[in-house]
Write a protein that binds this ligand. Structure first.
Ligand code: ZN
Length: 338
């Protein structure tokens, strides 16, 4: 029997006393010290729920962040959050984003305390997520650098410093979220993977990259409808990732049209196989999950697979998310035994 690991890609739903439920990027319901305390409590619950489901690599469920990119950017100077500008995100939907008006600078660690708390709550390996450099620049309006590449490398240095501190806090896997990799293929080729490698430079912990087709929001669902019968986006980026220093790569698999043979392009990387759909309320059966994992294992050694969610679970009801986590563990157990 090969014990196959399970983990979440990043976010979990937040308790209703912290932020409105079933909503992405929901504003906080509290402020000041009350908010700090409530965020820490939510993080404790997120760990408890993963432990109870039997998840083997534990995350913070992103309970302390309103948004997977902007919460990190809020911790930096050089960014104006008061005068926002409307930009097109990943060529898909408009959003009001903050403006960079001078050199960006990380005043202090953004997530170190959260990582320390997470470390204190479990003896299992822990994973922490950070936004990737390319996805960060795609969520901002640049009024200073004048070059996407230059700004991406600036962010890469900042992320590297942050990641090193998370590593000191005891984080085992640092995952960079790069959904933008599925859209800007030329940028990925020219500087995207290099910027990501710079963010990972010198890290002693394991590094991972999460590339997905996004949360189950309207704009993403519509975009997916335009992608045809086979989603071959990963084909553009995997060969380069295979040559990179990144150790683990995630794939959206269940209910997606990603041809599983694309895993072969990753050569000997570890792979996080998405077996939980984040865009519906159906609870996957262990057999469905086993089927996806079995297909994946035709293209990669079982020992290199971690079973994962397709993307973040934050938009779901908590009761649904809990059951999906249980299914993830049950299905993976069948696979481990097979
Ligand atoms: Zn995702």
């Amino acid at each position: 029997m090969t014990n196959v690991n399970t983990t979440i890609s990043g976010s979990l739903p937040k308790p209703v006393w912290l932020a409105e439920g079933e909503k992405i990027w929901a504003p906080w319901k509290l402020s000041g010290n009350e908010l700090l305390e409530a965020k820490a409590d939510a993080l404790r619950l997120a760990v408890l729920e993963q432990e109870m489901a039997g998840i083997s690599i534990i995350g913070d469920g992103e309970q302390t962040r309103q948004h997977f990119v902007t919460t990190f950017i809020e911790g930096l100077s050089g960014v104006d959050f008061n005068n926002k500008k409307t930009v097109r995100i990943r060529d898909r939907y408009d959003a009001d984003v903050p403006i960079i008006f001078e050199k960006v600078y990380r005043k202090k660690s953004v997530f170190y305390e959260d990582a320390k708390l997470l470390r204190s709550l479990t003896t299992k390996p822990i994973k922490f997520t950070l936004p990737g450099p390319m996805t960060m620049i795609d969520t901002l309006y640049d009024n200073f650098y004048g070059s996407r590449e230059k700004l991406a490398f600036e962010f890469a240095s900042i992320l590297n410093a942050e990641a090193k501190e998370l590593s000191e806090a005891g984080v085992d896997i640092i995952q960079f979220d790069e959904p933008a990799f599925n859209v800007f293929f030329d940028d990925v080729k020219n500087w995207g993977v290099s910027a990501l490698e710079k963010a990972c430079e010198g890290l002693i912990n394991k590094t991972a990259v999460h590339i997905c087709y996004g949360y189950g929001i309207e704009a993403n669902i519509k975009w997916k409808e335009t992608l045809g019968d086979e989603w071959r986006q990963y084909e553009n980026i995997f060969p380069q990732l295979a040559k990179s220093s990144i150790q683990q790569v995630s794939l959206e698999c269940i209910n997606s049209k990603v041809p599983m043979e694309l895993i072969s392009l990753l050569e000997n990387k570890e792979v996080m196989v998405g077996v939980i759909d984040v865009a519906n309320n159906e609870i996957e059966t262990p057999e469905e999950i086993l089927k996806v994992l079995n297909t994946a294992s035709k293209f990669i050694n079982k020992s290199k697979i971690t079973a994962c969610t397709n993307c973040g679970l934050v938009p779901l009801k908590r009761s649904i998310a809990r059951r999906k986590l249980e299914a993830l563990v049950q299905g993976t157990l069948l696979f481990s035994k097979s």
